[in-house]
Ligand binder design. Structure first.
Ligand SMILES: Cc1cc2nc3c(=O)[nH]c(=O)nc-3n(C[C@H](O)[C@H](O)[C@H](O)COP(=O)(O)OP(=O)(O)OC[C@H]3O[C@@H](n4cnc5c(N)ncnc54)[C@H](O)[C@@H]3O)c2cc1C
Length: 695
């Protein structure tokens, strides 16, 4: 039998039983483990005194704490000695995670979830992010292959159009020269079992301009996105292509439309795209159509997002990894989110950022049932199988025309491929990235399952792709297999917490120029307590990272709008600065009262010299001793630069400058300690902003 105590502050808490103690019948004992920042150690130590006073006699506890390191619990595991200490405690008994309480729970730590948490942090909300897998980033995932970072999910960056937040942030942090054009060289179309493979260059053995079927394909890109060319709302794009060009699945050029267009751009097949729906979506598209990639061979998309934002988001929120959410219950006053480990998490609101594929799988049980319109919305959006397969070769065997290859469309399972090592500056690797989507993704997944899955499955997938590539060029028959060195299979369709690649417009996803299933999914349910956000809910740039970021931000803003109208402001769960709370409790923090009090306190002033001229008339806290006590209690929060100490000439100065409206260099100049965990103006501003509630 387990006896559990729920003991929580900003610490990660666990409770486990000690059988010998349970023998004390009236008060079954418990063994609590506190893991957290060392600022909380004194509070954790004192819990024994309070629990005894409350009549708990058989209780013991251990504390594992650490200074400076971020309070994010997983940081403890990265520290070998702390990790061993905690592991030893955990090994000593059964563990049951205690429940948590936050303002908002965000389900999913992908782009939408993390940006939602970032926005909520800025408003001052206490946020718990719950992620099913053991990593953050979702469909933004980078890995190393050869001498470059390859992107296993999102790879292309959109330019600034459409209020894309990524572009300016990357440009400011890394300089615009980090961006390069992704597809360098000439395009090749594999045709007729390699006999008539053509290249888009006049010097090639078979120039594409001599192939009339390829010329037909060229006109397609000016036609597919025009709504008045696709009037039948129930027609697939495959049907419209058959009507317009006379090309169906039996035609030699069908794979150009299927692998090249439907697979390459929408991660599905031609017969799954709704012709009118796609045209309506394309007409609403408001991101740039032009994309670039990161030319630095040591940086992938995930690496830069971590540096730009995610490290801070994780430091400012609570994060639970490896905890798939299984139910969301809104039948009571609170939202109760339960994960697969049995832990329950109570919040006022929840933002669900899982993929359309995960929603369609219905792995999350909503109690009560979701409204029919919401269910129809996620069922009405497409999401298919697919994978990214980067492979390293000993030579660029595909350059049969003596030039770099920009883009290859194959007839078989590889689908479409490009060469990321060509755009990574100074790379000496030869890496081909293949993109088998829709039916190709399903067929390869079946091959992997038949081979036994796991590593054997991945090897079988790569063998099947190599077999397709081996017959791509008449001048390089068999060369893919001969030159192959190593590869990675990122099978998004089989990933249980993505269940597809990205969303696409199927028949009925878009019904008019302004209505879509995506928009329907944006409506909050359960009286403004459950929100959906992710790439799949964006109407004007879905299926992208910027779309996911914008949707996370939209849901967070919507929550705040509802709460401020109610009013139901954030609790400032991480601690608020407002040391001189007005009688009317409007929670204002001012430079000449709160800021001055803090800096004087940190200089060691007491009594009249602390408060003289620094207390507003309507302050509820007027007494110097009371203010000293209050600021002593708040000391952990006052370490603004995170160097482990609260100092007048760093933290005090930072706060008062901020309250005077300083920002950027003027805020931090000469006021950040050498050991600061938060050293940039952006980090300092975010930290303080988070502690001043926005009403
Ligand atoms: C192969 C591929 C190529 C792409 N190329 C580009 C590109 O070049 N440019 C571009 O801009 N975009 C691209 N995208 C799209 C882009 O990656 C996505 O639009 C974006 O990352 C989606 O973010 P999201 O937060 O909506 O979803 P996700 O990133 O999928 O995040 C959802 C999170 O929820 C978690 N989760 C799922 N179920 C549960 C559960 N029950 N409990 C808790 N957590 C759960 C998941 O593990 C995941 O971490 C590509 C995507 C893929 C897969």
């Amino acid at each position: 039998m387990k006896s559990i105590h729920i003991l929580c502050s900003a610490l990660l808490c666990m409770a486990l039983t000690v059988p010998s103690v349970e023998a004390e019948a009236s008060n079954p004992g418990s063994y609590s483990v506190f893991i957290g920042h060392r600022f909380f150690r004194p509070f954790a130590q004192e819990l024994s005194i309070y629990s005894e006073a409350a009549g708990f006699t058989g209780r013991t506890q251990s504390i594992a704490s650490s200074g400076r390191a971020s309070k994010a619990p997983e940081r403890f595991w990265e520290n070998a000695s702390k990790g061993d200490e905690i592991q030893a405690i955990l090994d000593s008994g059964d563990i049951e995670p205690a429940s948590t309480t936050h303002d908002v729970v965000v389900v999913g730590a992908g782009s939408a979830g993390l940006y939602a948490a970032k926005t909520l942090n800025e408003y001052g909300y206490d946020v718990l992010i719950i992620e099913a897998t053991d990593r953050i980033g979702g469909r933004v995932k980078s890995a190393s292959l050869g001498d470059i970072r390859v992107d296993l999910g999102a790879e292309e960056h959109y330019r600034a159009t459409g209020d894309n937040p990524v572009w300016p942030a990357v440009r400011d942090a890394y300089g615009e020269s980090i961006y390069v054009s992704p597809y360098l060289g000439i395009t090749a179309f594999s045709m007729d079992g390699s006999i008539n493979t053509c290249w888009r260059t006049s010097s090639a053995l078979h120039p594409c301009r001599d192939d009339s079927d390829v010329a037909t394909y060229d006109g397609f890109s000016n036609w597919y996105w025009v709504p008045n060319q696709h009037l039948d709302a129930n027609s697939s794009l495959a049907e419209d292509v058959a009507d317009k060009y006379g090309i169906d699945v039996s035609h030699r050029a069908y794979h150009l439309y299927d692998n090249g267009f439907a697979g390459g751009s929408y991660a599905t097949n031609l017969d799954q795209l709704g012709a009118r729906s796609l045209a309506l979506q394309s007409n609403q598209w408001d991101l740039s159509n032009s994309t670039l990639t990161l030319g630095d061979k040591d940086l992938g998309y995930a690496d830069i997002l971590e540096t730009l934002w995610w490290d801070d988001v994780v430091a400012n929120s609570d994060l639970l990894l490896s905890s798939p959410v299984v139910s969301i219950d809104t039948s009571g006053d609170d939202v109760v989110v339960t994960d697969l480990n049995g832990a329950t998490h109570v919040a006022r609101q929840v933002i669900v950022t899982v993929s359309i594929g995960v929603l369609q799988s219905e792995m999350i049980d909503f109690i009560p049932d979701l409204p029919e319109a919401t269910v129809a919305a996620y069922k009405g959006i497409g999401m298919d199988m697919g994978m990214k397969v980067p492979m390293r070769f000993s030579s660029a065997w595909w350059e049969t025309e003596g030039e770099a290859m920009a883009w290859l469309v194959t007839e078989g399972l590889a689908g479409a491929c490009w060469v990321p090592s060509d755009y990574k500056v100074a790379s000496s690797s030869h890496i081909l990235m293949c993109y088998p989507m829709g039916d190709n993704g399903t067929a390869l997944n079946d091959i992997a399952v038949a081979a036994g899955g796991a590593a054997a499955g991945d090897a079988a997938i790569i063998d099947a792709i190599l077999a397709d590539l081996d017959r791509t060029f008449p001048q390089a028959l068999g060369q893919a297999s001969v030159n192959y060195v190593e590869g990675i299979v990122q099978n998004w369709g089989a990933d249980p917490y993505t269940l597809g690649v990205y969303s696409y417009p199927k028949i009925g996803t878009y019904t008019t120029a302004s209505d879509s299933r995506r928009r329907d999914l944006q409506y909050p349910v359960a009286d403004g307590r459950v929100f959906f956000a992710g790439e799949g809910t964006h109407t004007t740039h879905p299926s992208t990272v910027p779309g996911a970021l914008h949707e996370g931000e939209r849901a967070a803003r919507a929550i705040h709008a509802i709460n401020t109208a109610t009013p139901n402001p954030p609790t400032c769960g991480q601690g608020c600065f407002s040391f001189d709370i007005d009688a009317d409790e409007n929670l204002e923090a001012d430079a000449l009262t709160d800021g001055l009090l803090v800096i004087r306190h940190l200089f060691g002033f007491l009594g009249e010299s602390l408060i003289s001229g620094a207390i507003s008339n309507d302050a509820t806290r007027q007494d110097a001793a009371e203010i000293t006590r209050y600021l002593n209690d708040a000391e952990s929060e006052l370490d603004i630069d995170g160097d482990g100490e609260a100092d007048a000439l760093t933290d005090g100065l930072l706060l008062i400058r901020y309250l005077f409206g300083f920002s950027g260099d003027a805020l931090i100049s000469g006021a950040v300690s050498e050991n600061a965990e938060r050293a940039s103006a952006e980090q300092i501003e975010a930290y303080i902003r988070q502690r001043i509630p926005v009403i």
